[in-house]
Design a protein around this ligand. Structure first.
Ligand code: MLT
Length: 265
C-alpha cells in the first residue's frame, strides 16, 4: 500500500485480533470509540480495527484542509503498518462511508466487503457546501464545543436523545476530543468529496447498507438509492434509531453485521 509521506505521522487505533479484518471507520466528528458497543459481539467473527481518523480522538492532527483520499490512505497505511496485507471488509458510518467508497476506488481488490451505515453516495450540493463553510467558521470562532452542541441532538432518534442521558454524555465527550484542525480539515474533505454515485455500479463485492429509521442527518432515500445502485446489496433499516444506529440499537446492528460477515468469511 502507499507508503506514508509523513514519517512522523501516526494514528491511534483499537484492534481486537482474530477473524477476517474489519476496518471500522467512524463518522464526523467522532472517534473509534463510537464502535465500543460493536467490539464484544463482532470480535467473535472478525478482527476489528477501529482507528481515530486524523485530527479526531487521540490521533494526531495536521493543519487543514484534509481530503477523502488522504483519510482513506491513512486507514490503508495503518492496516499495512499492523501487518494486514490481505483483503479486508470495511464498515463506514456517514463520513466513514465516504472514506469507504474512496478505499474501494483506491485499493482495487483489497476491499472484500462493504458495510455502508447512515451514509450516502451523493456529494455536497451548493447548500451543503455553504453548511460546511458555516460549520468551519463556527469551529474557528467558538471552538469544537459550539459545533458539538449544534450537532448532538440531530445524531439520535428524538426518544434516544430524551431518554438515554448516559449515551448522550458519552457521545458528547467523544466529540469534544476532536481538535479544531481535525474538525475543519474533515469539513473540507466532506465539502470537496467526489460524487460516489458512478462507483455504485462498479461495486461487485458483498455490500450491506444499514440505516436508522429516524436518521435526521441523512435521509433514508439515500440508502435506498445505494441499494438500487449496488447489485446484490442488502438493505437493513434499524427501527427506533437515528444517525448513530450502531450505538442506539447495538444488538440489531451487530446481528446484521455478524450475519453479513459470516457470508463473506
Ligand atoms: C457524519 O456523521 O459523519 C457527518 O455528519 C456526515 C456529513 O455531515 O455529511
Amino acid at each position: 500500500m502507499t507508503p506514508s509521506t509523513e514519517p512522523e505521522f501516526y494514528l491511534t487505533y483499537q484492534d481486537s485480533a482474530g477473524g477476517i479484518p474489519l476496518l471500522l471507520i467512524h463518522g464526523f466528528p467522532l472517534s473509534g470509540r463510537m464502535w465500543d458497543l460493536q467490539f464484544p459481539d463482532l470480535a467473535e467473527v472478525s478482527r476489528l480495527i477501529a482507528p481515530d481518523l486524523r485530527g479526531h480522538g487521540s490521533s494526531m492532527a495536521t493543519p487543514p484542509p484534509y481530503t477523502m483520499t488522504q483519510l482513506a490512505v491513512d486507514c490503508a497505511n495503518l492496516l499495512d503498518d499492523i501487518g494486514i496485507n490481505r483483503p479486508f471488509a470495511v464498515a463506514g458510518l456517514s463520513m466513514g462511508g465516504y472514506i469507504a467508497f474512496e478505499l474501494f476506488r483506491q485499493y482495487p481488490g483489497m476491499v472484500a466487503g462493504l458495510i455502508l451505515a447512515g451514509t450516502k453516495a451523493t456529494p455536497d450540493n451548493a447548500e451543503g457546501k455553504k453548511g460546511r463553510d458555516a460549520a468551519a467558521a463556527l469551529v474557528q470562532a467558538q471552538g469544537v464545543e459550539a459545533l458539538v452542541e449544534q450537532m448532538l441532538p440531530k445524531l439520535f432518534a428524538p426518544a434516544t436523545y430524551q431518554e438515554d442521558p448516559d449515551l448522550i454524555a458519552f457521545t458528547r465527550e467523544m466529540m469534544l476530543e476532536t481538535s479544531v484542525e481535525g474538525a475543519i480539515g474533515a469539513l473540507a474533505a466532506m465539502r470537496e468529496r467526489p460524487d460516489s454515485t458512478p462507483t455504485l455500479t462498479e461495486i461487485e463485492i458483498p455490500t450491506l447498507i444499514i440505516h436508522g429509521a429516524e436518521d435526521q442527518i441523512i435521509p433514508q432515500a439515500e440508502s435506498e438509492a445505494m441499494h438500487q445502485g449496488i447489485a446484490g446489496s442488502q438493505l437493513v433499516i434499524i427501527p427506533a434509531a437515528g444517525h448513530l444506529m450502531n450505538l442506539e440499537q447495538p444488538e440489531l446492528f451487530n446481528e446484521a453485521v455478524t450475519n453479513f460477515l459470516l457470508t463473506i468469511s
